[in-house]
Structure formats: structure tokens, C-alpha cells
Ligand binder design. Sequence first.
Ligand code: UDP
Ligand code: MG
Length: 312
Amino acid sequence: MRLDVSIVIPVYNEQENLLALFERLTAVMDRLGIRFELIFTNDGSRDRSGEMLQEFQRLRPAEVRVIDFNGNFGQHMAIMAAFERVRGEVVVTLDADLQNPPEEIPKLLAAIDAGHDVVGGYRKNRQDSFFRTYASRIINGLRAKITNIRMKDQGCMLRAYRRSIIDSIVASQENSTFIPALAYSFAVKPAEVEVEHAARAAGESKYRLYDLIRLNFDLMTGFSVVPLQIFTLFGMTISVLSTLFVVYLFIRRLVIGPEAEGVFTLFAILYFLVGIGIMGLGIIGEYIGRIYKEVRRRPRFVIRNVYERIDE
Ligand code: UDP
Ligand code: MG
């Protein structure tokens, strides 16, 4: 049976937010008067989230489906598992922490009805820490330069996709992926709408600084590529430090004049180049790491159980 809309929500330790989310979400969806399903993926939560989701499933057996992961495979894999099962003609993704107000869903659906195939939200008044907001702005700018993805706000997960886009995403079978960017690459007529953004209702962000760096290297999981990443960071750090060193030595050269027959300047340049060299190796390593993860062909996630009632 095909439905109108599937709502996909990744959940990792969100027990304080789930009840409010469920109430607000069902209120919005019931008002729309369409056939919908809510697919929650429990991404290895260690709190009561899993039980709460099963309770929702018992409350609304016809609409709620719960995918229970065997461990923590990350937000994007949680979404991917749901994508593999969606029945809706339109699929909406949403965070579980109420940072994306469910009340904005009709706005996205309206844009889909207007003929767009990928509708991204961009956050008005982003309510994250100062550091997150600005770091993300810089990275967004950098990403815009090095890829041909034109997206105002890559980090906003409140998005709607036409079914054909989801089918392409599922067919990609990629291991470490960033869903908004992947979806964009398949889009024919993308659109962006402004959405509200709230501070996290409860609990704390699951992403720490290191996670965010890793996310931006587009490598979400797998322990054996981590050394490569540290390698990259190490190279970058050396480059930055030796750049400062060059500047320092240059100023010294101007102020004090030649010292030790320019040996220090030589060293500074050498360090700088070695730094760049290591960084280059690291970057190559990033790509090899990705290739390694793809060829190894391990399951991207492991599902322990699915709680759903599907009547054909
Ligand atoms: N999430 C997940 N698995 C993870 C990390 C996060 O399913 O390993 C979910 C989390 O429960 C939330 C969404 O992904 O619904 C976004 O996470 P978070 O709010 O921590 O990220 P932020 O808003 O800080 O970018
Ligand atoms: Mg959040």
C-alpha cells in the first residue's frame, strides 16, 4: 500500500523529547487529513527511548513503525534504514530533539506540491551554540566552493523529498554518506524554504567537536579510518604552526638582519613543506579510507527488530 507521506526520525537517547515530539507531530499530521506513517529508528539508545517508541507503536499501530538498531550506527544510517522501508510518495526527515518544529512540515509539503523534488529547510535564527553556528557557517562556505552543491543550510535536517529521490539514495548503497548532499545530487528541481529552529528541548547535542570534524570529512563510522583522520589533522596543525613560524622568522630577519647564515629560514620553509606533505598524505588517506569502507562490504547497520503492523 502506498501512502501520501512518510516521516522519518532518527532517535538516539532522546527520552526527554519523545513524548512532546510524538504529540506535536501526530497533531500536525492528523490535521492534514492525509495517509501518513511515522518511522522512528532507535539508533542504539541507552536510555528509555526504545521502550517509549514501542509504546507509541502500540498507541498508533497503523501509523507508527519502529526500527530498532543493534547499536549506534549514526544519524544518517538511521535515516537510511527508514528510507529502505518508506511507503510514502513524499518523505520528510526530522530531528527528534524538537529543534525542527513539526508544525513546519506543511510548509515543506506545499513546496513539494508546487512541483519541487527536494525541499530543504534553512534555519531562521539558528539556535545552536555560538561556536556551532559560526563554525558551520565557515564550513558551509567552504563546501559551497569545493562542491557544486548549492544549499543554504546543509545541516538542517528538516527536509522533504519526492519518492524518486529516495529510491536513488537507497540504490546508492553508500557507507558513509551525508543525506542532504546526496539527495541534492539527484535533485532536478530543488527548493529551499525558511523554517523555524528551536534550541534543543532537552538533553544535549550528540555531536561533539570531533564528531563534527569527522562528519565534515564525510566519514561517519568505522574505527580503522580514524588514524588517517588524525594524520590529516596532524599535517594541518604542522602547516599552521610552521606558517606562523615563517612569519615570525621573516619579521626577525627584517628587524635583526641575517642570522646563522639563514639556516633558520631554511628550516622554516622545510617545516612548512613537510607539513603540507603530511597533510597531502592525510587527504589521500581519507579517500583510501572511504574506498576501504566501501570494498569491505560490511552491513551498514544491523537491525535487531522492527515493530510495525503492515496491512497490505
Ligand atoms: N542521532 C542519531 N544517532 C546518533 C546521533 C544523533 O540517531 O548517533 C539523532 C538524534 O537523536 C537527533 C538527530 O539525530 O534526532 C540530530 O542529533 P543532534 O540533535 O544531537 O544533532 P545537532 O542538532 O546537534 O546537529
Ligand atoms: Mg539537535
